[in-house]
Design a protein around this ligand. Structure first.
Ligand code: 3HC
Ligand code: NAI
Length: 709
C-alpha cells in the first residue's frame, strides 16, 4: 500500500482502514513532502474500493507540530496546506485524526479538517501562530469558530496557548479522549466503532457553532475592543479578528479566501520575520557546543549561598524543578529572612489558588537551611548569590572548595565580577562557572552561562542541562564586565542619559522606547530596580572612569536626595501613596535643567524617532562588539539575551535582527553622524564596519561555521 508514497507519509492497510502515518522528525512539521504524501494518501483512499475509512497519525513524540516554519519566506511549493486540508475534508470516506503529543497550528488544522478526532489524555492542542506573527492559515480561522464558537476560537488564536485533551473535549475540539495511551490502537478502535455505527462523513465546514449570530458577533466585538484597549503593536491579532469576522459573515469558501489574504499579509510582515527569528534563535542558544562532546554531571541536590533577592529566587527556581535545595546564609537572622523570602513566593501562590497549602508544604520540605558551609558537603552543584563584592565572593569560594565533594560544580551569580579571577583563586578552576540569573530569578527566563577560560566542558554541559530542567533560556557568554546583557545595557543606558542631558525628558524617552515595543522605558526600569544599586556601581567605578568620557550626573543628583525610585516613592517619577505607576515630577525636570546648565549644554528637541534610533544604535554597536570579541557566540545569542532579560520587543527579533532589517549601512551611517559630536562614545564597532564593507549582515554570522574575520 506504500508503493510510490513519500517516505514522510507512510500508508498501511489495516483490514479496510487506511492508516496514514506522518513521519517527518523531529516534530512532523508539514513540509512539502508531507503535504504531497498526504494528498497521495487521500487519493489512494478514495481510489481503493476496499478502503472504508482513513486514520491519520503522527509518528514519534507528536502528532503534527504545524506548518514547516523553515519554509516561511521561501518560494511556496505546492500543494499548499489549505488545499491539503480541503482535500482531507472533502474525502468521501470518513477520516479520523488520532492525536498524541502536540497538535499545533497547521497540525491542528489538519485534524480539524478530518471528520472525527480522538486525543490521548496527554495530548496538547493549540493554534500558536500568533506567537510567530501569523494566524491559522490552513482553514483554522474558519473551521475553529464553526466547531467551537467565536469566543473560544478567538481565545485560542489570540493567546496561542496549548490546551490539554480534557479541555479540548470540553471545548468541542475533539470528540473523545482516549482511555489508552497508544494513538494507533485508540484510533483504530474508534474508526471501527464509527464504521459499525455507519457514522457519516462529517465536515467541520458544515458545523453549526456560529448559528447564534448576535452572540458570535458580541464575542468578536469583545475581542476587537480588548485589542484596542491594550495595544501591543502586534499586527496579526487584528487580522485574526478580521478572519473570524469573515467566518461569521461569509460562506465557507469566501471566508477561506479572506483568511488566505490576511495570512499572506502576516507572512510578509517584518513582525513575522522577527518572531520566527526569535523562535529559532532561542532553540540555537540552548545547544552548547559542549553538549555534543561532554556528558553533563549528574545533579540530584543543589546548594545556594545567600538568601537575598537572588538567592531566594534561585532557590524557588530549583525547588520548582523538583530539586532539593540547601541554603547557606551568614547568620540565623539572615537565614530566617532567606527562608521567609522563599516561603513568601509559595504563600502568594496559595493565596491566588494556584497551589494548595499541602502542595506548598511538600515543596518547602525540600528546602533546608544552614549557617554552616558543611551542609553543602553532599550537593552536586552550588550557586553563590552573596553580595557583589569580590572579597566576599572569594571567601565564599574558599569555603566551598573546602567542604564540597570532588566534582561538585561551583557557580557564581555575579552580575559583573571577573569569573576567571574567582576560578583562578581556587584549586578547582575547572569546576567553576557563572550562572547569571535575572531578577526575579524564578520568573525571568534568561540564564547567562558565563564560561571562564579554565572550566571543564562537562561543567558547561551541566549548566545547560540545568537550564533545561529549570525551563530557562540559556545563553552562553564569555567573561567581561557585565557579560552580554549588562555590558550592553550600560552602553545604551548612557546613550539615553546623553539624550536626557541634551534636551529630551526622561518621560519622552520612556514613551518613545515603549512605543517601539518595550513594556517599560529605561527610566521607569531604573525606578523599578532601585537607583541605589547603579549608584553604588558608579561610585565603585568612578576611579577607573576615563576622565575625558562624557558622564551624566543626573541620576547621582537624584540618589543624593535619597530618591531611589518606587521603593522610596520618588526617582525619575513620583509615586504618590505607594502607587506603582509613576507620574512625571517637575522637581526632577528642574534638577535636569540645572545639570544641563552645569554641563554647559544648550537643550535641544528630540523627535521620538531620533530617540529610538540613538538608543538602538548604541545597543546594536555594543552588540557587535560583544560578538566581535567572542563574548557572545553569534549575533543571535545577543538577540536572545536582550529578548529574555531586558524586555526587547520580541516581534522585532532582537537588536541584531532588527539591525539587519533596518540595514547595517543605515545603522553605521547613524553612528558615524552621532560620532561627529561625541567621537569617544560613538565608535563604530570593527565588526559593523567589516560587515558593511562586505555587504553582509549579522545573520550571516548565525550560520554554523560562520567566520567573523
Ligand atoms: N517547523 C519547523 N521546525 C520545527 C517546528 C515547525 N513547525 N516546530 C519545531 N521545529 C524544530 C525546532 O526548531 C527544533 O529544531 P532543532 O532541533 O534543529 O533546534 C526541533 O523541531 C525540536 O523542537 P523543540 O526543541 O521546540 O522541541 P520540543 O519537543 O520542546 O517542542 C513543539 C515541540 C511543541 C512542537 C515545539 O517545537 C513548538 O512549539 N513548535 C512550534 C509549533 C508552532 O508554532 N506551530 C505553528 C506553525 S505556523 C503554522 O502552522 C501556520 C499554519 O497555520 C498555516
Ligand atoms: P542581596 O543583598 O539581596 O542578598 C545577598 C545575600 O547574601 C544576603 O542575604 C546576605 O546575608 C548574604 N551573604 C552575604 N555574605 C554572605 C556569606 N559570606 N555567606 C552567606 N551568605 C552571605 O543581593 P542580591 O540582589 O540577591 O545579589 C546577590 C548576587 O546576585 C550579587 O552578586 C548580584 O550582583 C547578583 N545579581 C543580582 C541581581 C539583582 O537584580 N539583584 C540580578 C542578577 C545577579
Amino acid at each position: 500500500m506504500n508503493a510510490g508514497a513519500s517516505p514522510a507519509v507512510v500508508r498501511e492497510l489495516h483490514d479496510d482502514i487506511l492508516v496514514v502515518t506522518i513521519n517527518n522528525p523531529p516534530v512532523n512539521a508539514l513540509g512539502t513532502s508531507v503535504r504531497r504524501g498526504l494528498l497521495e494518501a487521500l487519493e489512494t483512499a478514495e481510489a481503493t474500493p476496499r478502503v472504508r475509512a482513513v486514520l491519520l497519525l503522527g509518528a514519534g513524540r507528536d502528532f503534527l507540530g504545524g506548518a514547516d516554519i523553515r519554509e516561511f519566506g521561501q518560494p511556496p511549493q505546492p500543494p499548499a496546506l489549505p488545499d491539503v486540508c480541503n482535500r482531507i475534508e472533502a474525502c468521501a470516506k470518513p477520516v479520523l485524526a488520532a492525536i498524541h503529543g502536540a497538535a499545533l497550528g497547521g497540525g491542528l488544522e489538519v485534524a480539524l479538517a478530518a471528520h472525527y478526532r480522538i486525543a490521548l489524555a496527554s495530548a496538547r492542542l493549540g493554534l500558536p501562530e500568533v506567537l510567530l506573527g501569523l494566524l491559522p492559515g490552513a482553514g483554522g480561522t474558519q473551521r475553529t469558530p464553526r466547531l467551537i464558537g467565536a469566543a473560544a476560537a478567538l481565545d485560542l488564536m489570540l493567546g496561542g496557548r496549548h490546551v490539554g485533551a480534557a479541555e479540548a473535549l470540553e471545548l468541542g475540539l475533539v470528540d473523545r479522549v482516549a482511555a489508552g495511551d497508544v494513538a494507533q490502537d485508540e484510533g483504530l478502535a474508534y474508526v471501527r466503532e464509527l464504521l459499525a455505527q455507519g457514522a457519516p462523513v462529517r465536515r467541520t465546514r458544515d458545523a453549526g457553532a456560529l448559528a447564534d449570530r448576535p452572540a458570535q458577533q458580541a464575542a468578536i466585538d469583545a475581542a476587537r475592543e480588548s485589542i484596542a484597549r491594550k495595544p501591543t503593536g502586534l499586527f496579526s491579532p487584528g487580522r485574526i479578528v478580521e478572519a473570524v469576522q469573515a467566518a461569521l459573515d461569509l460562506p465557507f469558501d469566501a471566508g477561506l479566501a479572506r483568511e488566505r489574504q490576511v495570512f499572506i499579509e502576516c507572512l510578509d510582515s517584518p513582525q513575522r520575520a522577527g518572531l520566527v527569528h526569535a523562535f529559532f534563535a532561542e532553540r540555537a542558544t540552548a545547544k552548547a557546543p559542549e553538549m555534543g562532546t561532554a556528558r553533563p554531571r549528574p545533579v540530584h541536590a543543589v546548594g545556594v549561598v545567600g538568601g537575598g533577592t537572588m538567592g531566594a529566587g534561585i532557590a524557588v527556581a530549583l525547588l520548582d524543578a523538583g530539586l532539593p535545595v540547601t541554603m547557606v546564609e551568614r547568620d540565623e537572622a539572615a537565614l530566617a529572612r532567606g527562608r521567609a523570602n522563599v516561603t513568601k513566593v509559595y504563600d502568594g501562590l496559595v493565596a491566588k489558588g494556584r497551589m494548595t497549602a499541602a502542595q506548598r508544604d511538600a515543596v518547602l520540605a525540600r528546602w533546608h537551611g544552614s549557617t554552616a558551609f558543611e551542609a553543602l558537603a553532599e550537593v552536586d552543584l552550588v550557586i553563590e548569590a552573596v553580595f557583589e563584592e569580590l572579597d566576599v565572593k572569594l571567601a565564599v569560594f574558599a569555603q566551598l572548595e573546602r567542604v564540597c565533594k570532588p566534582g561538585a560544580v561551583l557557580a557564581t551569580n555575579t552580575s559583573y565580577l571577573d569569573v576567571d579571577r574567582i576560578a583562578a583563586a581556587t584549586r578547582r578552576p575547572a569546576d567553576i562557572i557563572g550562572l547569571h540569573f535575572f531578577s526575579p530569578a524564578h520568573v525571568m527566563k534568561l540564564l547567562e552561562i558565563v564560561v571562564p577560560a579554565q572550566v571543564a566542558p562537562d561543567v558547561v554541559a551541566t549548566a545547560f542541562e540545568l537550564a533545561r530542567r529549570l525551563r530557562k533560556t540559556p545563553v552562553r557568554a564569555g567573561v567581561c564586565d557585565g557579560f552580554i546583557g549588562n555590558r550592553m545595557l550600560a552602553v545604551y543606558r548612557q546613550a539615553a542619559d546623553h539624550m536626557m542631558e541634551d534636551g529630551a525628558s526622561p518621560y519622552q524617552i520612556d514613551r518613545a522606547i515603549r512605543a517601539f515595543g518595550y513594556p517599560i522605558g529605561p527610566y521607569e526600569m531604573a525606578d523599578l530596580a532601585g537607583g541605589d544599586i547603579g549608584w553604588a556601581t558608579r561610585k565603585r567605578k568612578a576611579a577607573t572612569r576615563d576622565p575625558a568620557a562624557r558622564y551624566v550626573q543626573i541620576a547621582d543628583r537624584l540618589c543624593e536626595r535619597g530618591w531611589f525610585g518606587q521603593k522610596t516613592g520618588r526617582g525619575f517619577y513620583r509615586y504618590p501613596d505607594g502607587a506603582r505607576q509613576g507620574v512625571p515630577d517637575p522637581e526632577v525636570e528642574a534638577i535636569i535643567d540645572a545639570e544641563r546648565q552645569r554641563a554647559g549644554v544648550t537643550p535641544r528637541t528630540f523627535s521620538d524617532d531620533e530617540i529610538v534610533r540613538r538608543y538602538l544604535a548604541a545597543m546594536i554597536n555594543e552588540g557587535a562588539n560583544v560578538v566581535d570579541q567572542g563574548i557572545a557566540l553569534r549575533p543571535l545569542d545577543v538577540d536572545v539575551t536582550l529578548l529574555h532579560g531586558y524586555g526587547f520587543p520580541r516581534h522585532r527579533g532582537g537588536p541584531m535582527k532588527y539591525a539587519d532589517m533596518v540595514g547595517l549601512p543605515q545603522v553605521l551611517a547613524d553612528i558615524q553622524r552621532y560620532a561627529e559630536d561625541d567621537p569617544l562614545f560613538w565608535r563604530p564597532s570593527p565588526l559593523l564596519l567589516r560587515l558593511v564593507e562586505r555587504g553582509a549582515n549579522f545573520d550571516s554570522l548565525n550560520q554554523p561555521g560562520a567566520n567573523h574575520a
